[in-house]
Design a protein around this ligand. Structure first.
Ligand code: NAD
Ligand code: TYD
Length: 346
């Protein structure tokens, strides 16, 4: 089986590649990634020597390049993680979100139609459902919840989901979609809440909490997300949407306090700052469908996961300090600058 993993140099895609290489060593994996500011080839260093792994630099919005790539690689499965993923950036510059998340998905779907694949999987987000009120803890997102987006990021992800469903219905593209809650774990880019707070606390810098810190996110350890996607690829029903989440709801303030406590740092580092525009109040997934149909249950509780994550950041300071200094962006040139280009490289 040959699997294309787009966006595999980012947070979840790289964790997925490592998970799949360990779980299904017989499969061939080709990572296709543009290496935007969020893509880091150092993250894939431990995969590079594996004969069943290949990295190709490319942009999912570049139709000719993606077509040539599909023609050369002839994948069985495509798992699309490639996206602009940071809500705050989407509020600053929506355009790139529309291009990558919507048009890029369209290019991949066209190539799947043209070259034929066994499965296209779209990695989506619970943010497509909008938010829930803070005073209704009884409410959860199910797969039937209406799409109701708040940010340019979530609107672009919802648009991509609609395109995937349209290509399935109209052209019969064998597609599945997963909508997962907030992930955390190794290789999380230090602009997102958890790694940013860990890095700042370690440097005794202020921890910027938006608004009152009462917004709620439903946190899932990244490996549990990878297990769920693998199950959907192997046993999920084509044309279906699967929600993924483990009932680990925490307010942002609770998350930040847990990090401070684990690192033995004072609460005085917390600084309340101006709220995010359109800030979603609460996300909460009902995972009944994936549990009942595919037997998925998360293995890692929030308390265990946050401890593991902090230990990982302590043990891999070079990885995130390289990112903060900007040095990681020079890695590609060092590794690949002088290598021969593959035949479909443009
Ligand atoms: P990330 O920002 O860490 O990684 C995104 C990757 O995509 C990077 O390696 C980047 O270089 C690559 N990329 C961006 N634009 C590209 C393009 N035009 N062509 C090819 N590659 C491109 O993101 P992440 O947090 O790993 O999220 C991965 C996917 O999972 C996204 O689709 C996101 O919407 C979804 N998701 C994320 C979360 C979360 O908590 N992080 C939760 C649910 C769903
Ligand atoms: P983030 O990690 O950006 O994920 P998302 O917006 O996709 O849920 O943010 C998680 C929550 O943390 C969100 O409610 C915004 C909040 N937040 C802060 O309070 N301070 C910060 O510096 C960041 C990056 C996020």
């Amino acid at each position: 089986m040959k699997i294309i993993v787009t966006g595999g140099a980012g947070f979840i895609g790289s964790n997925f590649i490592y998970y799949m290489m360990a779980k299904h060593p017989e499969d061939k994996i080709v990572c296709y990634d543009a290496l935007t500011y969020a893509g880091n080839l150092e993250t894939l260093e431990n995969a590079m020597g594996n004969a069943n792994f290949k990295f190709v630099r490319g942009d999912i919005t570049s139709r000719a390049h993606v077509e040539a790539f599909f023609a050369a690689e002839k994948p069985d499965i495509v798992v699309n993680f490639a996206a602009e993923s940071h809500v705050d950036r989407s509020i600053e510059t929506p355009d790139i979100f529309l291009r990558t998340n919507i048009l890029g998905t369209g290019v991949l779907l066209d190539c799947c139609r043209k070259y034929g694949i066994k499965r296209y999987h779209q990695v989506s987000t619970d943010e497509v459902y909008g938010d829930l009120p803070l005073d209704r803890p009884d409410l959860f997102f199910t797969e039937e919840t209406n799409l109701h987006t708040s940010s340019p990021y979530s609107a672009s992800k919802a648009s991509a989901d609609l395109l995937v469903q349209a290509y399935h219905r109209t052209y019969g593209v064998p597609a599945t979609i997963s909508r997962c809650s907030n992930n955390y774990g190794p290789y999380h880019f230090p602009e997102k809440l958890i790694p940013l707070m860990i890095a700042n606390a370690l440097a005794d810098k202020k921890l910027p909490v938006y608004g009152t810190g009462e917004n709620v996110r439903d946190w899932l350890y990244v490996e549990d997300h990878c297990v769920a996607i693998d199950l959907i690829l192997r046993k999920g029903r084509v044309g279906e949407v699967y929600n993924i989440g483990g009932h680990n709801e925490r307010t942002n303030l609770q998350v930040v306090e847990a990090i401070l406590q684990e690192l033995d740092k004072p609460a005085s580092l917390i600084e309340f700052v101006e709220d995010r525009k359109g800030h979603d109040r609460r996300y909460a997934i009902d995972p009944a469908k994936i549990h009942e149909e595919l037997g998925w249950v998360p293995a890692t509780s929030f308390d265990a996961g946050i401890r593991k994550t902090i230990q990982w950041y302590l043990a891999h300071k070079c990885w995130w300090q390289n990112i903060l200094s900007g040095d990681y962006q020079k890695y590609y040139e060092r590794m690949y600058g002088k290598r021969t280009k593959l035949e479909y490289a443009k």
